[in-house]
Design a protein around this ligand. Structure first.
Ligand code: SF4
Length: 315
């Protein structure tokens, strides 16, 4: 029995709206035919098999590789470097994880400091970078991660243990030389037999974006293959505005995601096999491309976008 109801006056209006939007009684939850997952698996197996024979290397498809392979193939890999804004997101997510998992209820800044401390102790990746930064840089990360955590606490109801929360849980589906993998920020609930129950959540800031929607659909496909029953809802929670983007999982949505995965794997395989040159696909993402100045297609695309005002809409 949930301790929180959407009309509970201990919750603020946004928390109540979140609870009302995502909750569903057993009778309101969709039931999926038991063969849905098996059919998806069989289709992926059949369509990925001929692609796998052309792969030079085993293919690990996560949301970044998937988005990347369906975007511009000529864009060079970015040289990844940690910065305070990038660190903010990861530290903020770790602090959210602690806020859900700890049984005492410390103040947000205590959680942020514990998250930073745990990362620094690991002394690799972000932790190593944090350990080398000045007090001022760490303070900036701390402040921004704290804002991220407080936004979560203000827009979500307290997460109950009975909702089966899983934070940053890794999910995978294997097909011979192809592995699909994901790591949703949060999942709540679980299926009961063939009745869908799981809600998959990613936390973002900014505006609704096609890529955010596609990432969640990819997670839904992997989770369906793992569990055998699809999740119920996909949710992007925009913490800075307190808004939710919510989509119900359907068989059509999962079938379209299979097409997207096969398309991406096929493109990667034909490139690895040297069957074609990388294709340029200009988009608004050209703004962040390191070779924009030398790329006629990207520059022309952005000029046109600027002239019609669509670039301003995005900023
Ligand atoms: S500028 Fe755009 S089109 Fe050109 S290589 Fe970069 S991402 Fe591709």
């Amino acid at each position: 029995m949930s301790a929180w109801r959407h009309d509970d006056d201990r919750l603020n209006p946004t928390q109540r709206a979140t609870l009302e939007r995502l909750g569903a009684g057993r009778s309101e939850r969709p039931r999926f035919a038991p063969e849905v997952a098996a059919t998806l698996r069989e289709e992926l197996r059949e369509r990925l098999a001929p692609i796998a024979t052309r792969l030079r290397d085993d293919l690990y498809l996560n949301k970044y590789r998937l988005d990347r392979s369906l975007g511009c193939e000529a864009r060079p890999e970015d040289n990844f470097e940690w910065t305070a804004p990038k660190a903010r997101g990861l530290v903020g997510h770790k602090a959210i994880e602690l806020s859900v998992m700890r049984r005492d209820a410390p103040d947000p800044l205590v959680l942020v400091d514990d998250a930073i401390g745990a990362l620094v102790t690991e002394a690799r990746g972000l932790g190593e970078w944090l350990g080398q930064q000045s007090e001022s840089t760490v303070a900036r990360v701390r402040a921004e991660a704290n804002a991220h955590l407080v936004s979560f606490l203000e827009t979500w109801p307290p997460i109950e243990r009975s909702w089966v929360p899983v934070l940053e849980g890794t999910i995978v589906a294997d097909f011979d030389r192809v592995r699909l993998s994901g790591r949703p920020d949060l999942t709540l609930g679980r299926a009961e037999g063939s009745i869908a129950g799981k809600v998959i959540v990613d936390f973002k800031t900014g505006r609704v974006h096609d890529v955010h929607v596609a990432d969640l659909r990819f997670y839904a496909l992997i989770d369906t293959l793992r569990v055998g029953t699809p999740p119920r809802l996909l949710v992007t929670s925009y913490l800075d505005s307190g808004t939710l983007w919510v989509e119900s999982v359907t068989e059509d949505l999962l079938a379209a995601t299979v097409d997207r995965v096969v398309d991406a794997a096929g493109r990667i395989a034909t490139l690895q096999a040297g069957e074609r040159d990388p294709l340029k696909r200009p988009s608004l993402a050209c703004r962040w491309c390191s070779i924009l100045e030398q790329c006629e297609e990207g520059s022309a695309f952005l000029r046109a976008a600027r002239d019609e005002g669509s670039l301003d809409d995005e900023l």
